[in-house]
Design a binder for this molecule. Structure first.
Ligand code: FAD
Ligand code: MG
Ligand code: MG
Ligand code: MG
Ligand code: MG
Length: 550
């Protein structure tokens, strides 16, 4: 026992002497990885086995292929096809796995506090010592302080998808009861999605496809006319972090499919049978409305987990309310150097966007052979700058929608060009709005891969090191470059045709898009097992339609 809370310390794990390899690893530096999601799995797939004594701690013993989760809610894919046993992945990396939840970290003692429920059903805590700790715990759903969220469904985990599937089926069955009134039937068949981001939009599209393609075959035809799907979005557009063309395409698609999109609307309260929201009309006046509903999905962005909040509270320099801040080497700011890293949705990299932007401007002036301070930027040039900014910082797209408006607004002297100072101010304004990299699997995967490669280098740089001897200090900088995010395009699935955004090359609609979308995800998919399961699900659906049952 020991540490600040005098808990048992897990110096040895059950399988430390399982085989000669494990015995050899026992004295290697202890690498503890939290979470079994995109970030953590990417590390495990990159790490050289045997350089570290690796332990993965996660409350779930599977990896979830989240981009396909919306498809599982309506039976396009089977739930089982989207998960992969984490123990398989861990054992390939010659690591150890503990199905438990990390609850706290003692940063100076390098002890991780872990909670687990024992055979008697009691919660017990212990310390797991580490030399290096990686936080890859993801994020939780953001409640935005709205009342009545117990009446909503969420879509984060496999269990959520199961609950949604059951609820949708239950509503359809209830709608067929002779005792159900017409009004009640319409309510049961009113599906509301709160949040116009990719998850909400994909779910709405999947739901709509299912209702259109499979409902008529097994349910009374009359239901089709009474079904309604609504998307409530606080901003002016759905998919507002994507390219404007893509969000327009999605909106047009929904308009055609009669999926109602309520923009500039904020949910006030969710009751058992209706949802209350306020909507800004064209004159900027706010009116309160209500919508009867039989099902509500809450998908309005992410918030910090309890563990991350606790860690942020312990460290003075961690002041960001949304995520843990790291330096460009992904080291947690304020923790002993080289001992704690944070990746994926739980983290954000402090990247001086403003510096990059000024650099952009200077190189642009240089290309034109002009003095940057005296440069006057015309509208086409400004469009070019904006394009480059969007490419480098995709999360800026939302702030660069109305290029003409911005130009007008910052052209203070109204001479039709932006002076260097005017442009600089504009970019600074955008910089202040950019807080983080996008919360995507793509980013988590890149960060995990980066960290895996760096950990391999570190092991080479300090060979033969054993646990407790290691003081990495600022070795990170010496052995490996800083993390750089590469935006590979965002994908959203809109009603049987994908919306595709690849490095500014927008591409949307049609069957081609569907295949493109599927092949991209096949390639990203982690194992042959998953690939085969998904292919079987798709073929089954193509041949027989979706299973309309719980
Ligand atoms: P996660 O993958 O969320 O993993 C976090 C892990 O930490 C989990 O295993 C969790 O159980 C574990 N954990 C939590 N708390 C603790 C604790 N205290 N101790 C130990 N372990 C803990 N991104 C895309 O790029 N493209 C998409 O199409 C896309 N679609 C999505 C659809 C849905 C429905 C959802 C929910 C997300 C989607 N995303 C998509 C986002 C993507 O899933 C996330 O950005 C990604 O999962 C982040 O990876 P991560 O490793 O940070 O966290
Ligand atoms: Mg993870
Ligand atoms: Mg996951
Ligand atoms: Mg703090
Ligand atoms: Mg001017």
């Amino acid at each position: 026992r020991g540490g600040p809370k005098n808990l048992p310390i897990a110096e040895v794990l059950v399988d430390d002497d399982d085989c000669p390899e494990n015995s050899r690893q026992k004295h290697k530096p202890k690498l503890v990885i939290l979470g079994s999601g995109w970030g953590s799995v990417a590390i495990l797939k990159t790490l050289n086995p045997e350089d570290y004594h690796v332990t993965v701690v996660s409350p779930v013993n599977y990896f979830l292929f989240t981009p396909m989760l919306p498809s599982a809610t309506v039976g396009t894919l089977e739930l089982r096809s989207l998960v992969e046993p984490i123990r398989l992945i861990v054992s390939r990396a010659k690591g150890h796995f503990l199905k438990a939840e990390a609850v706290d970290v003692e940063l100076s003692e390098k002890l991780l506090e872990v909670a687990q429920t024992n055979a008697q059903g009691e919660e017990c805590h212990f310390y797991l010592p580490y030399d290096k700790l990686v936080l890859g715990v993801g994020a939780t759903t953001n409640p935005h302080g709205v009342k009545g969220l117990e009446n909503c469904h969420f879509l984060k985990d496999i269990e959520d998808a199961r609950l949604i599937r059951n609820k949708v089926m239950q509503n359809l069955e209830q709608a067929c009861m002779p005792t159900t009134s017409d009004e009640e039937r319409r309510r049961l068949l009113s599906f509301v999605v709160s949040g116009g981001g990719p998850t909400g939009v994909e779910f709405a599209a999947e739901l709509f496809d299912m209702l259109n393609e499979d409902l008529g075959r097994s349910f009374p035809k009359i239901l089709r006319n009474e079904i309604s799907v609504h998307v409530i979005q606080s901003r002016g557009h759905i998919l507002n972090t994507y390219d404007e063309a893509l969000s327009k395409f999605a909106e047009a698609r929904f308009a055609h499919d009669q999926v109602e999109v309520l923009t500039n609307s904020r949910v006030k309260e969710v009751q058992k049978d209706k949802i209350l929201f306020s909507q800004k009309d064209e004159n900027g006046e706010t009116v309160t409305k209500e919508l009867p509903m039989g099902f509500c999905l809450w998908s309005t962005g992410v918030a910090q987990t309890e563990l991350c909040k606790r860690i942020a509270n312990k460290i003075e320099v961690q002041t960001n309310k949304h995520a843990l801040e790291t330096d460009t080497h992904l080291r947690l700011n304020g923790a002993p150097l080289g001992s704690v890293y944070a990746i994926g949705d739980c983290s954000t990299v402090q990247n001086n966007v403003a510096d990059h932007l000024v650099h952009f401007l200077r190189s642009m002036a240089w290309e034109k052979g002009k003095d940057p301070e005296k440069m006057e930027i015309t509208f086409p040039e400004w469009r070019d700058v904006a394009q480059r900014v969007k490419k480098r910082f995709p999360q800026a797209s939302d702030h660069l929608r109305r290029l003409d408006k911005l130009f007008e607004q910052y052209d203070k002297d109204q001479n039709g060009t932006l002076a260097f100072g005017e442009l600089h101010e504009l970019l600074l304004q955008i910089d202040s709005k950019l807080t983080s990299l996008p919360a995507t699997a793509q980013r988590a995967h890149q960060q995990g891969q980066y960290l895996g490669r760096k950990l391999n280098k570190l092991a080479q740089a300090a060979p033969g090191m054993t646990a407790n001897e290691v003081d990495y200090g600022d070795l990170d900088e010496a052995v490996y470059k800083a993390f750089e995010y590469h935006h590979l395009g965002s994908l959203a699935y809109i009603g049987n045709s994908a919306v595709f955004d690849f490095n500014g090359l927008s591409f949307s609609g049609g069957l081609m898009a569907v295949y493109l979308w599927r092949s991209v995800y096949f390639a990203q998919s982690v194992s042959l097992r998953t690939r085969i399961l998904l292919a079987m699900d798709w073929s089954k659906r193509a041949l027989f339609g979706r299973d309309m049952m719980n």
